[in-house]
Design a protein around this ligand. Structure first.
Ligand SMILES: Nc1nc2c(c(=O)[nH]1)N[C@H]1C(S)=C(S)[C@@H](COP(=O)(O)OP(=O)(O)OC[C@H]3O[C@@H](n4cnc5c(=O)[nH]c(N)nc54)[C@H](O)[C@@H]3O)O[C@H]1N2
Ligand SMILES: Nc1nc2c(c(=O)[nH]1)N[C@H]1C(S)=C(S)[C@@H](COP(=O)(O)OP(=O)(O)OC[C@H]3O[C@@H](n4cnc5c(=O)[nH]c(N)nc54)[C@H](O)[C@@H]3O)O[C@H]1N2
Ligand code: SF4
Ligand SMILES: [Mo]
Length: 856
């Protein structure tokens, strides 16, 4: 690809959909800046977007088609996939075929995958990882609005007087939306309420944090609506003209909420004072056995108070993946057809007519959890997984692995060679990744943006849409899949959205139906439906919205409540963010966060290890005692996999319980137990290349120049096998069971360093990790684990974007920088993505306290 002017593209990660201006510097080298002209971010980026450049190396990439462990040509691999499909369809019928796809596909990839599955193979069973993510919000929209339409826009984030976050750790997971909320508060005095059982860094910065009980949201929103109704806060005109309200709806609202009465009263006051109210919700709402009802409880509140279709007001479901929204539009979910259509006779006839097929599937297919059950039972005999890692991310991942192992035909399209899912594949197909692929994505506010190729295709990797079309052609459907570019697919999809209009839906991209390749190439981000797509009426038969009577579930979990979610700087199963040294600093291990009282009661030690178990499985985590947790609840991350750890395997712990309407799994409220786990030895190891240890607990993270692996185990230690050949130096203290080994090459460059202990302390990692990146320390110092002369220690990195350590910030604070802004001016910390500002504020507070104490 040409070097030169920056190329505008869209971030690879979350559904904020930030624009990026990328400058190609070399074969795999790109400079990343925020695109100032993109309406989603106006130039801002978070840490993950900022460090996209560090994820472009080819480490671990799948570069050639593989049949089992054998490299194959594309022709051979595509023939093989087609033959498997043909024989399964001939013998067992189309319904024995399943596709499991992803919100990380581009709209064009998604469109052809759905067209092939539902339209030409004739199986309804193409589902997507959005089932684990957005399905409850989709179902709630459909019930209330008659269509899966998000009735808000980011512009609302510039005008709201009250922002309520429900089950959303926005500062970590949608950081650019978070930055916009911070600006809004500064500028407008907007109040922020966070409803989350944990005191997240988002909640810590709120005006009001409601530590709701797990799945207590329906009770809370019903009680809020009841209280507001009693204080005259309903919008009678809106209710009469634009809503259909079930009999006895308001009388049926229970006033019980389970929240501290004073906090509840404060919240009701805020709601009464500030009608320009925007409610953002994500996985704390969706990923629940009552996720759809939670969505409707939130939407009910907004409808009944008329807080919708006005600037600064509305129920705003924010999407997770970069193209979760696009996938919903083209019919990636098993219970929809393309273009927001369902399976009524009329809708099916229209879709079949548009695609010119007589093979359209007869009805909806299996949703993700049922899909893998069917694989396990042998009803599905062919499964094609694209751009998702279900062996890690599905609930009851142990069961999903069994299912994958049993299935006679597994095809995996991925950018990475050895994901946990790819290990089960009979055929692996190398896909183009971000910076290589071309197409469109749709973000949380329905804005369609281009992702553009920056780099040449590595190895033999091909675009996902092309792979699908090539298989379709081999199945005899070439005429319907003879697309030669993403632009051609986009035109067909845009034309097809005319069907949505015919069925009273709002989705409409028809103005792009005749776009030229050049128009597509130059496409600027555009939003379908405008700022408030439902302002001229809802997508129901009578144009009215529906309030849905929902009641609080009886949730009572035995034992501890296990809550699962995300880290600020990692993306899901870490196949890409895990390659960035900068993004690996924030959290180096899978932590189980535990309230201090629980830690004391259960003899869990901060920094020690613990085994978390549930009905589904068990796994080991590092304990982090945190008063952000509530007693009786623990929190673990979803990111760790066989590829990077021997613990922290959260997917194994989550039972496959789902919402009855949406089929979305309940990832956030799992019954579990926790107990200390005492290793007999602990160690950490720095190596230039990845190692696969064989001990009870290990976790591996990228550092500059190599990998850092934390280890712990029982019995004999067998780490020497992990050390490379080279010049070894070793010190040991047999009495304390301490061993330290460095391995260097002939030029004295360090190849590996191992620190092991049976009973004592291990040295601090940060200095040693820095030495590994740019070795100028002597072996003597390395074996000691610290510099011979004490140097100023920057401490643990707080600001990942500008690489600023805790001690540097403490020093600035002690020297009078007593606001986050002043620390930013003095050290740069917190001035890029801003996600570390809570931490900086904490450090300032601690420093202030120390200074005060010293003065007293
Ligand atoms: N850094 C980072 N950002 C990401 C991603 C990532 O992997 N890493 N992934 C992207 C994707 S796909 C998604 S879906 C989004 C997810 O974004 P979020 O939904 O913000 O992230 P989570 O950490 O899954 O969960 C959010 C919060 O829900 C809370 N919660 C748990 N149970 C309840 C409950 O019963 N009620 C309420 N009100 N809250 C509850 C949890 O304590 C947690 O803090 O993030 C996107 N952005
Ligand atoms: N315990 C727990 N589990 C969860 C959640 C939770 O909160 N808790 N959240 C759920 C949610 S919301 C989500 S969205 C899922 C996410 O879970 P997954 O979708 O399984 O996670 P990713 O790591 O994003 O997987 C994407 C895969 O696609 C590959 N890939 C990247 N780009 C491309 C491409 O262009 N083409 C192809 N073919 N492959 C590509 C990546 O290498 C990676 O293997 O996890 C769900 N699981
Ligand atoms: S908020 Fe961060 S991860 Fe999400 S799109 Fe923007 S830069 Fe990417
Ligand atoms: Mo997601």
């Amino acid at each position: 690809m040409a070097k030169g002017a920056p190329i505008n593209t869209t971030c690879a990660y979350c559904g904020v959909g930030c624009g990026i201006a990328a400058q190609v510097k070399g074969a795999r080298e790109v400079t990343i800046k925020g695109d100032k002209t993109h309406p989603a971010n106006h130039g801002r980026l978070c840490s993950k977007g900022t460090y996209l450049g560090e994820t472009l190396e080819l480490e671990g990439r799948l570069l050639h088609p593989m049949l089992g462990e054998r490299r194959a040509s594309w022709d051979e691999a595509l023939d093989d996939v087609a033959e498997r499909l043909q024989s399964v369809i001939a013998e067992h019928g189309p319904e024995s075929v399943a596709f499991y796809v992803s919100g990380q596909l581009l709209t064009e990839d998604y469109y052809v995958a759905n067209k092939l599955a539902k339209g030409f193979i004739g199986t309804g069973t193409i589902d997507t990882n959005s089932r684990l993510c957005m399905a409850s919000a989709v179902a709630a929209h459909n019930r209330a609005f008659g269509e899966d339409v998000v009735p808000c826009s980011y512009e609302d984030l510039d005008c709201a007087d009250l922002v309520v976050l429900v089950g959303s750790n926005t500062a970590w997971c949608h950081p650019v939306i978070w930055q916009r909320i911070e600006k809004l508060r500064e500028r407008r005095g907007t109040k922020l309420v966070v409803i989350d059982p944990r005191r997240t860094e988002t909640a810590a910065l709120a005006d009001l944090h409601i530590p709701v009980a797990p799945d207590g949201d329906i009770a809370l929103f019903n009680a809020l609506l009841d209280a507001v109704a009693k204080r005259g806060g309903l919008d009678a005109k809106f209710l009469r003209d634009q809503c259909e309200v079930p009999e006895g709806f308001f009388a049926g609202l229970s006033g019980e909420h389970g929240v501290n009465p004073q906090i509840f009263a404060k919240l009701v006051d805020l709601l009464m004072e500030r009608p320009r109210m925007l409610t953002l919700f994500s996985q704390g709402a969706n990923q629940s056995a009552c996720g759809t009802d939670k969505g409707n409880a939130i939407i009910n509140f907004h409808l009944a108070t008329g807080r919708i279709n006005r600037l600064g007001a509305g129920p705003f479901s924010i999407t997770g993946q970069p193209n979760a929204m696009g996938g919903r539009e083209v019919g990636g979910l098993a219970n929809t057809l393309a273009c927001h259509l369902g399976f009524s006779e009329d809708e099916r006839a229209d879709v079949a007519g548009f695609w010119k097929t007589d093979r359209l599937c007869s009805g909806q297919g299996l949703k993700a959890v049922d899909l893998f059950r069917a694989v396990h039972e042998g009803r599905i005999k062919f499964l094609w997984v694209m751009a998702t890692n279900p062996a890690v991310s599905m609930p009851d991942a142990g069961f999903v692995r069994e299912a994958l192992a049993r299935c006679p035909n597994i095809v995996v399209s991925d950018v990475i060679a050895d994901t946990d899912t790819a290990k089960f594949a009979h055929v692996r197909l190398p896909a183009l990744g971000w910076a290589e692929k071309d197409g469109t994505v749709t973000n949380s506010e329905r804005r369609v943006s281009r992702q553009r190729a920056l780099l040449a295709a590595p190895g033999e990797a091909r675009a996902d849409w092309r792979i699908v079309c090539d298989v379709a052609a081999r199945l005899g459907h070439g005429r319907h899949f003879d697309f030669t570019s993403p632009a051609a697919i986009f035109r067909e999809y845009a034309a097809m959205t005319a069907l949505a209009g015919r069925h009273g839906k709002k989705l409409d991209l028809t103005q792009w139906a005749d776009c030229s390749d050049r128009d597509y190439e130059r496409m600027l981000p555009f939003q379908w439906g405008g700022t408030h797509p439902l302002r001229h009426g809802f997508a129901t038969s009578d144009g009215k919205a529906r309030l849905i009577a929902v009641t609080a579930p009886k949730t009572q979990v035995d034992g501890m409540v296990l809550n699962t979610g995300r880290y600020r700087d990692q993306w899901h199963t870490m196949t890409r963010t895990g390659l960035s040294p900068s993004l690996s600093v924030h959290r180096r291990e899978p932590l189980v966060e535990v309230h201090p009282a629980d830690a004391e009661r259960l003899a869990l030690e901060d920094g020690g290890l613990a085994c978390v178990s549930s009905a589904a499985g068990e796994s080991i985590y590092r304990v982090a005692v945190s008063d952000g947790q509530v007693t009786g609840q623990i929190f673990v991350p979803m990111h760790f996999t066989d590829a990077n750890s021997g613990g922290g395997r959260t997917g194994l712990l989550v039972e496959a319980k789902t919402d009855p309407v949406s089929g979305q799994p309940a990832f956030k409220n799992v019954a579990a137990d926790i107990a200390p786990w005492q290793p007999e030895w602990r160690a950490f190891l720095l190596t230039r290349t990845r190692v696969q240890p064989d001990c009870t607990y290990w976790a591996q993270m990228r550092v500059k120049g190599g990998w850092l692996t934390e280890l712990a185990g029982l019995g004999a230690v067998d780490i020497d096998a992990l050390l490379p050949e080279g010049m070894r130096r070793e010190v040991a203290d047999i009495a304390r069971g301490m061993r330290r080994v460095t391995v260097g090459d002939e030029d004295g460059q360090m190849l590996a360093a191992l620190y092991l202990t049976r009973s004592g302390e291990l040295p601090a990692r940060d200095w040693i990790v820095r030495q590994f990146a740019a070795p100028d320390a002597s072996d003597h110092e390395l074996l000691a684990g610290r510099p011979a002369i004490a140097l100023p220690d920057r401490g643990k990195v707080v600001c990942v974007c500008h690489d600023v350590g805790e001690n540097t910030i403490r020093e600035a604070a002690a020297n009078g920088a007593n606001t986050v802004q002043a620390v930013g001016e003095a050290t740069c910390a917190g001035t890029n993505c801003g996600s570390c500002r809570t931490l900086i504020a904490q450090i300032i507070e601690e420093t202030d306290a120390t200074v005060r104490e010293a003065a007293e």
